[in-house]
Design a protein around this ligand. Structure first.
Ligand SMILES: [Zn+2]
Length: 262
């Protein structure tokens, strides 16, 4: 199981995959992507993610409310989400966080919703999948306020600098990179080159963030191989080593056991 890859952040529920979801999952497995996590952004997409995870071997789900959708969630939605965390295919709380770049939800609502998920992560001992954009200092402050250390989770599509990376790793978080490491003048590439392999995860964030050489097309989990290759190239190590570490990290963080498939 050493050299397989895991795509830790996909949105297989999106309608971009409605026409060919089976083929997308099949192509991923052909491309050595042995596991995938498909991630909800609100109540409906969290439900759909669980349905998809139940349909395929080695596809897992995360349930949460994206900061863009935080303003639309009702108490009934939260109650239903809470129940989802006892589902055997649900391996994480996410994606959740703060986004002051697009600012589709008022900051105070974003903060309140994010804190609630953080409390649940503690209570239920589930890892967090965190999305943050232009809110890095504040998210660090909220995390510190609740507890300086001992967090389990990942900062997905890592948006920060090396100083931020050091801080979140110190609190216990992993750092995950998308196809953005393959883009020109990428700060993500600089960080992916330098952080410890023990803290690194891979993802596509598909259907978004399509890596070179497929930019401009829909992204899909099979393309996580380009993220792995680019990081191997940046660090001047064999891609098998990147695969070995990132897969072990993902299995450990999300408590996943892959089943054998023929
Ligand atoms: Zn996402």
């Amino acid at each position: 199981m050493k050299n397989v890859l895991i795509d830790t952040h996909t949105h297989l529920d999106f309608d971009q995959f409605d026409a060919d979801r089976d083929e997308v999952v099949y192509r991923a497995k052909e491309a050595n992507v042995a596991g995938m996590i498909t991630i909800g952004t609100d109540l409906q997409t969290s439900k759909k993610s669980i349905e998809i995870a139940c349909r395929y071997h080695n596809v897992f789900a995360a349930a949460g409310i994206h900061p863009h959708d935080a303003g639309n969630a009702s108490e009934a939605d939260f109650a239903e989400l809470y129940e989802m965390y006892s589902h055997p295919r649900v391996v994480a709380i996410g994606e959740v966080g703060l986004d002051y770049y697009r600012n589709l939800t008022k900051p105070d609502i974003q903060r309140r919703v994010f804190r609630r998920f953080m409390q649940w992560a503690r209570e239920l001992d589930k890892p967090l999948i965190i999305h943050t954009r232009e809110a890095e200092e504040e998210i660090l402050a909220i995390l510190r306020d609740m507890s300086k250390k001992g967090w389990r989770g990942v900062f997905h599509c890592f948006p920060g600098d090396m100083a931020m990376a050091e801080k979140v790793m110190d609190m216990g978080f992993y750092i995950s990179f998308t196809g953005s490491v393959t883009f020109k003048n990428s700060t993500a590439a600089e960080i992916a080159k330098n952080i410890p392999l023990e803290r690194l995860l891979l993802e596509t964030d598909c259907p978004f963030m399509t890596p070179v050489p497929h930019r401009g097309k829909r992204n899909e989990p099979a393309f996580v191989q380009y993220v792995a290759q680019k990081i191997a190239e940046l660090r001047a190590i064999p891609v098998e080593q990147v695969a070995g570490y990132t897969t072990a990290n993902a299995l450990e963080l999300f408590g996943i056991t892959l089943v054998e498939e023929e």
